[in-house]
Write a protein that binds this ligand. Structure first.
Ligand SMILES: CCCCC/C=C/C(=O)SCCNC(=O)CCNC(=O)[C@H](O)C(C)(C)COP(=O)(O)OP(=O)(O)OC[C@H]1O[C@@H](n2cnc3c(N)ncnc32)[C@H](O)[C@@H]1OP(=O)(O)O
Ligand SMILES: NC(=O)C1=CN([C@@H]2O[C@H](COP(=O)(O)OP(=O)(O)OC[C@H]3O[C@@H](n4cnc5c(N)ncnc54)[C@H](OP(=O)(O)O)[C@@H]3O)[C@@H](O)[C@H]2O)C=CC1
Length: 287
């Protein structure tokens, strides 16, 4: 029997747990990033959203408006190291100090058969998802290393980092890189008080999902009975996991990637369903 989550608005951490703490969420104006940003704000954090599009920056600010901490939004393409540095300068100015938490949530993805993916399509997804994550982590950590201050980085991943992602080969390869990067950085920066963890969402339907991803998942997506625990996730549950990982109660957790998906990615059956070629799954014609 599915057990519903506590409602939006509740929290396991005490009210004000992040008061005076600065948090940066890349891609925090939409979907899961916004849900993560909101859960930090609910606990008193000052929250900065980094994103390319104006409408997303505005959506992030609107979602954060009801909370007491500072909310700020900065245009930034995470592929560009200079723009990341400029955005973090602006965040520090808005907060009056360095943010302690970075959530690398921004990513790029679209379904495509591998043989039809252009070199630029591959490069674009890897550049945003893996390189962007590295560049943000590097700029954020450099500032803390120079100042000798503790910090926490959370890299949002995907479970096909472990399994491969037919139909999403670029994103799956990039997310495998993100998981591996998380492990390297946790060891490199641990001695300086910086923890680095991964956070993997499972099925969390939300209104901002891109049309092509939603279109390809709609056939089986929002169906609670496709999940081992009997329901899909609510985005605020991912926010709770992020706030826990950034809290002092998770201070001894580093280099770990936490999967929040109701055990969906570990499903196995004794006799597998018939193989459906990716082209067929994506509604593409024959080669
Ligand atoms: C099991 C389900 C998966 C669950 C796991 C993961 C989920 C996620 O990651 S969800 C995050 C999804 N969100 C986004 O992707 C954010 C918004 N998306 C974008 O901004 C674009 O989709 C972007 C990824 C393409 C990036 O935009 P931009 O830098 O502006 O890139 P271009 O438009 O210039 O395109 C570059 C290159 O990619 C080709 N391309 C774009 N879309 C598609 C497509 N749907 N199918 C095939 N190819 C595509 C585009 O044609 C360009 O290549 P060239 O034409 O060869 O230049
Ligand atoms: N939804 C799902 O089912 C799953 C999602 N995930 C992961 O969860 C995270 C959030 O996904 P979700 O909320 O669904 O996706 P969304 O499409 O809603 O959000 C992606 C965000 O990334 C931002 N972004 C994309 N490219 C850049 C860039 N170059 N520079 C700065 N920001 C950028 C976008 O804003 P803008 O366009 O303004 O730049 C957007 O806000 C991602 O890491 C995704 O891979 C993992 C597994 C499943």
């Amino acid at each position: 029997m599915p057990v519903p989550p506590p409602p939006l608005g509740r929290s396991a951490l005490h009210p004000g747990a992040f008061t005076g703490t600065g948090v940066v969420v890349t891609g925090g104006g939409t979907g899961l990033g916004r849900a993560i940003a909101v859960e930090f704000a609910r606990l008193g954090a000052d929250v900065a959203v980094l994103s390319r599009k104006d409408e997303h920056l505005r959506a992030g600010l609107a979602a954060l408006a009801e909370f007491p901490g500072t909310a700020t939004a900065h245009p930034c393409d995470i592929r560009d190291p200079d723009r990341i540095a400029a955005a973090l300068d602006a965040v520090e100015e808005a907060f009056g100090g360095r943010p302690r938490v970075l959530v690398n949530n921004a990513a790029a993805n679209f379904p495509a058969a591998a043989e039809e993916m252009s070199p630029n399509a591959w490069r674009t997804v890897v550049d945003i998802t893996l390189n962007g994550t590295f560049l943000c982590a590097r700029e954020f950590a450099r500032r803390h290393l120079a100042a000798d201050t503790p910090a926490t980085i959370i890299n949002v991943g995907a479970s096909y980092a472990w399994t491969g992602g037919p139909g999403f080969a670029h994103s799956a390869a990039a997310k495998a890189g993100v998981k591996n990067l998380t492990e390297s950085l946790a060891v490199e920066w641990g001695p300086y008080g910086i923890t680095v963890n991964g956070l993997v969402p499972g099925m969390f339907p939300h209104r901002d999902m891109t049309a092509d991803i939603r279109g390809n998942l709609d056939r089986a997506h929002d169906k609670d009975d496709r999940q081992p625990v009997g329901r899909v996730g609510s985005p605020h549950e991912l926010g709770w996991a992020a706030t826990f990982l950034a809290s002092p109660y998770a201070g001894f957790i580093s280099g770990h990637t936490l999967v929040v998906d109701g055990a969906n990615w570990q499903r196995r059956t004794l006799t597998n369903p018939p193989v459906v070629p990716v082209r067929e799954q994506l509604g593409l014609g024959p080669h």
